[in-house]
Ligand binder design. Structure first.
Ligand SMILES: CC(C)(COP(=O)(O)OP(=O)(O)OC[C@H]1O[C@@H](n2cnc3c(N)ncnc32)[C@H](O)[C@@H]1OP(=O)(O)O)[C@@H](O)C(=O)NCCC(=O)NCCS
Length: 165
């Protein structure tokens, strides 16, 4: 089955939130937070669908030369097939096109899968926030230069309907 990427629209908020609640049970964003994100012109959100079902989403904020990876998540049944790799590449390319020269993100210290993904894109740790999350876990702040130097590894081999909202 082919995974397709497109800009996130208002009708995606409910399925995105359902996935968010499943994948981030302790600190899921609310529906209102996603509406707030979509309303801001500095944001770029992309969703991935497979067989008309939403399987992933991710978003960035770009202000001048600074971008932030706001979130990225892939449904359990679609993980390990390069979906996050394709999604992140699209988001980083978009931030680069907007003029960002670096991107930062926050990742849980115990999230090995996400850290492996980010490392492949050239992210490296710049700070650590102790006991940042409600459960006492640390947050790591990672940064990567833009434009991308190139990354290796998984790829969904997916079609793309274009870039942004
Ligand atoms: C992290 C996440 C987005 C990765 O999505 P994915 O589509 O499975 O990632 P990809 O298939 O593109 O894999 C990219 C790389 O990530 C790493 N990776 C992915 N899943 C992994 C796992 N379970 N364990 C270790 N590394 C993993 C690997 O380096 C992989 O490259 P490889 O396949 O060449 O080994 C996904 O696991 C997820 O949504 N997790 C829950 C939400 C979350 O933690 N989001 C990030 C918040 S900071």
């Amino acid at each position: 089955m082919t995974v397709t990427f497109r800009p996130m629209r208002w009708w995606d908020v409910e399925p995105v939130h359902a996935l968010e609640a499943r994948l981030f049970p302790d600190d899921a964003w609310s529906v209102e937070q996603f509406w707030g994100e979509l309303a801001q012109p500095s944001r770029d959100y992309i969703v991935a669908t497979e067989d008309d079902r939403l399987v992933a989403y991710g978003g960035t904020s770009t202000i001048a030369t600074d971008a932030d990876l706001q979130t990225i998540a892939v449904a359990e049944q679609a993980q390990g097939r390069g979906v996050a790799t394709s999604l992140l590449r699209t988001l980083l390319d978009r931030a680069d096109q907007r003029g960002a020269r670096r991107i930062v993100l926050e990742v849980r210290a115990d999230n090995d899968a996400a850290q492996a993904l980010y490392r492949r894109f050239g992210f490296a740790q710049i700070a650590r926030r102790s006991r940042y999350y409600p459960d006492g876990s640390d947050a790591l702040i990672w940064q990567a230069p833009l434009p991308l130097a190139g990354e290796t590894g998984a790829d969904a081999g997916s079609g793309s309907e274009g870039s942004r909202r």
